[in-house]
Design a protein around this ligand. Structure first.
Ligand SMILES: [Zn+2]
Length: 375
């Protein structure tokens, strides 16, 4: 990952490069920002830059042994920690158990969501977290001498997925770090981190990607014509994960739309058997996918509500062509009588899925409640 491969973020990148030039790299940096802003890409490019043996003022050389190993994510002084899931016979899994899948995922694209990562681990109905066993792994790895580089780099993706015990152990390490260690924490929900961890890190906010930067990236990497790239960048609204999914439609947004349409149609026609079938099907998806679907549904409900209030022309820019086709007919059904109810119930379903509730009950309940208000 090179700095020049990252759309947007030039100000942040320049700030980070400056700390290297002036030899004042802090030992713990918290890169935080919304999903798809490129936090992880920035962390990776920065680590590669720090480790490079022959860097220029702006970029790592790309040719030295360090860069070559970074490009395959196999540098012995580069360590990753990320949320994982329990496996058969492994109650306390650690990141290294999934390092193969992780490398594949990151090398394919450094912009991905937790639900895409969970899917890459090939699991359904499991929520990923950073388990306590990981803490001793971190201690072990950081107590090793550096193999080749000046710095040992530990990139922790989504540290908010640690429980308190693990987080406290991490805090200790950040408070008293072994020499020449660089912690890069990449967080999406920094408000869920221990305040004591946050206060020990240099905070670097990675904002959403500007539309023009995203458009240029999509035209270039996905060979899209300017208009299509601009369109997708508008819908993605600063989120690279969403932009890439739309550009390659690999995320299954089309599938979420189908699922949403079928719920609304079945609810409108008062087809109880159909609603039961719908909830069974939805309950069979993995929890991360269920959460993605619910977020997607919430977004569509809100967009349709806005369309109902005269914002139709403005909103279409935030919808794909298929979503527009559907919403043009559907929007009259979302109005001031049911918007708060639907918003609350879909949000509630989301938090119940997240807290490991019985998904068959959650989705059946949601489907029946939807039926009551789609009239
Ligand atoms: Zn190099």
């Amino acid at each position: 990952m090179k700095f020049s491969d990252i759309p947007g973020q030039s100000a942040v990148i320049e700030r980070l490069r400056n700390t290297v030039r002036e030899q004042r790299v802090s030992h713990a940096i918290l890169l935080y920002g919304p999903e798809g802003s490129g936090k992880f890409a920035v962390a990776l490019a920065f680590a590669r830059y720090v480790a490079c043996e022959n860097r220029t003022a702006d970029e790592a050389c790309g040719k030295c042994p360090s860069c070559l190993k970074y490009d395959k994510l196999i540098h012995p002084d580069l360590h990753f920690v990320f949320p994982v899931v329990k496996k058969k016979n492994v109650q306390e899994p650690v990141s290294d158990l999934f390092i193969q899948q992780w490398r594949e995922m990151v090398l394919k694209s450094p912009w991905f969501s937790l639900s895409q990562w969970t899917e890459a681990m090939d699991v359904v109905n499991e929520q990923a977290s950073i388990f306590v066993a990981e803490a001793s792994e971190i201690v072990r790895k950081l107590s090793l001498k550096t193999f080749e580089a000046d710095y040992k780099v530990m990139i922790i993706w989504l540290p908010e997925k640690m429980n308190t015990e693990t987080a406290n152990k991490l805090l200790k390490m950040i408070e008293e770090p072994p020499e020449k260690t660089l912690f890069l924490l990449v967080s999406e929900e920094d408000d869920k981190l221990l305040p004591t961890i946050v206060s020990r890190c240099q905070p670097v906010r990675i904002p959403s990607v500007a539309r023009e930067d995203m458009t240029a990236f999509l035209s270039d990497k996905y060979s899209l014509d300017h208009e299509r790239a601009l369109d997708i960048a508008g819908i993605a609204n600063g989120n690279m994960v969403r932009a890439i999914a739309l550009a390659s439609d690999a995320d299954g947004t089309a599938i979420y739309l189908d699922r949403f349409k079928s719920l609304m149609r079945t609810a409108w026609s008062r087809d109880i058997q159909g609603l039961i079938a719908w909830s069974e099907e939805t309950a069979a998806l993995g929890r991360e996918r269920q959460k993605s679907f619910l977020s997607y549904a919430l977004r569509l409900i809100r967009e349709n509500f806005v369309m109902n209030f005269g914002g139709r022309e403005n909103r279409i820019v935030f919808l794909t062509r298929d979503e527009t086709d559907f919403s043009t007919k559907f929007y009259p059904y979302i109005n001031e009588k049911n918007i708060s109810f639907l918003d609350r119930e879909f949000n509630l379903a989301y938090s119940h899925v997240e807290s490991n509730g019985n998904t068959r009950m959650i989705f059946l309940d949601l489907a029946l409640k939807t039926m009551r208000v789609i009239v």
